[in-house]
Design a protein around this ligand. Structure first.
Ligand code: 2RA
Length: 330
């Protein structure tokens, strides 16, 4: 399979290359793609060096599939050009996620909806992916009525500049700021930009994308997204209320038996998910599972995942794997 990675020199693009190699995706030709200023740079894939090419050159090389993680404006302009050339695009930006004609896919939940006609497929936002992976089996069994989520997000979600800011602050050095405030020893209740409704784009992604992926606009969602000085992954405190009664042991069993979920939950041994241990893994880790006694049919849980892997690169590669396995690409 000829595979293009658009944004190959960025944080997520680099992880996409790593995951493609780790999962032995059948790459016969790798086409690393980046902006004109990066053309000619070299990236390593499967112990081989490849030269970065520009977007137009990549189309001419006729990849079977293109994994995009190069920002919304690049996806808006170039995903249609790749698609028109017959190349299937899996886009990690927010550009196409809420487009009614595009599918927003978490393979464990809704990959079966994909057909050969889907030439631009949207990869959901990282904080959405880990939440819906944990909640989808519970929604199927008990029907979700309402979700209240607070996220504690890794600075890697912002990019290299944020990681550098934390390092500088930790070392007492001055440098470029990715955030309006210090991130070291701080928590910033501001991920992405504020909208007129007082929420941030990140918070509204949790609302809108969750409803689209679970295909249920009646699910009420409210979110607060917080940035914390962590690099291993995003953590989320989720309160979920169901339409129907549930049994806690049945919830644990259901989650434990769901592919992609690892339940880490034992207060006797202080066992619960933490980003420092989730880093570099592809599972969605769930713990602190406990009934919310303040209202009916409600549950609290703590959900952690590596936002660069299952939250972005691995989910995109898993979509490509599904397409390849079902002869929808290649
Ligand atoms: C963030 N989810 O964490 C957003 C984009 N990756 O900043």
């Amino acid at each position: 399979m000829r595979v293009a990675v658009v944004g190959a020199t960025g944080l997520v693009g680099t992880v996409m290359l790593k995951v493609l190699a780790e999962r032995q995706f059948p790459v016969t030709e790798l086409i690393p793609v980046a902006s004109e200023r990066s053309v000619g740079k070299k990236v390593t894939f499967n112990k081989q060096e490849y030269k970065v090419v520009g977007l137009a050159a990549a189309i001419a090389m006729k990849p079977d599939v293109a994994l995009f993680s190069a920002g919304g404006s690049t996806s808006t302009t170039w995903a249609p050009k790749f698609a028109e050339a017959g190349i299937t695009v899996i886009d990690n930006s927010s550009a196409w996620r809420m487009d009614p004609s595009k599918k927003l896919v978490v393979p464990e939940i809704n990959a079966t909806a994909l057909t050969e006609n889907d030439k631009i497929i949207a990869n959901p936002n990282c904080s959405t992916i880990q939440m819906v992976v944990a909640l989808a089996p519970l929604h199927k069994k008990y029907g979700i009525k309402r979700i209240v989520v607070s996220t504690y997000q890794s600075i890697t979600g912002t990019g290299v500049k944020a990681v550098q800011q934390l390092e500088n602050e930790y070392n007492g050095e001055k440098g470029e700021m990715a955030y309006p405030y210090p991130i070291h020893k701080n928590a910033i209740p501001h991920c992405d930009v504020f909208l007129d409704n007082g929420y941030t784009k990140e918070e509204m992604k949790l609302v809108n994308e969750t409803q689209k992926i679970l295909d249920d606009r009646t699910i009420a969602v409210t979110a607060t997204a917080i940035r914390i000085p962590v690099v291993g992954g995003h953590s989320e405190s989720v309160n979920v209320q169901f339409e129907r009664e549930f049994d806690e042991s049945e919830v644990r069993k259901l989650l434990s038996e769901t592919p992609g979920i690892k339940v880490q939950d034992n207060t006797d041994t202080n066992t619960y998910p933490m980003p420092i241990y989730a880093e570099g893994k592809d599972e969605v880790f769930v713990g602190r599972i406990r009934r919310d006694h303040s209202t009916e049919n409600a549950l609290n849980m703590w959900i952690v995942a590596d936002n660069l892997r299952k939250g972005a690169a691995t989910n995109a590669v898993q979509i490509a794997e599904y397409l390849a396995e079902h002869q929808l690409i290649g």
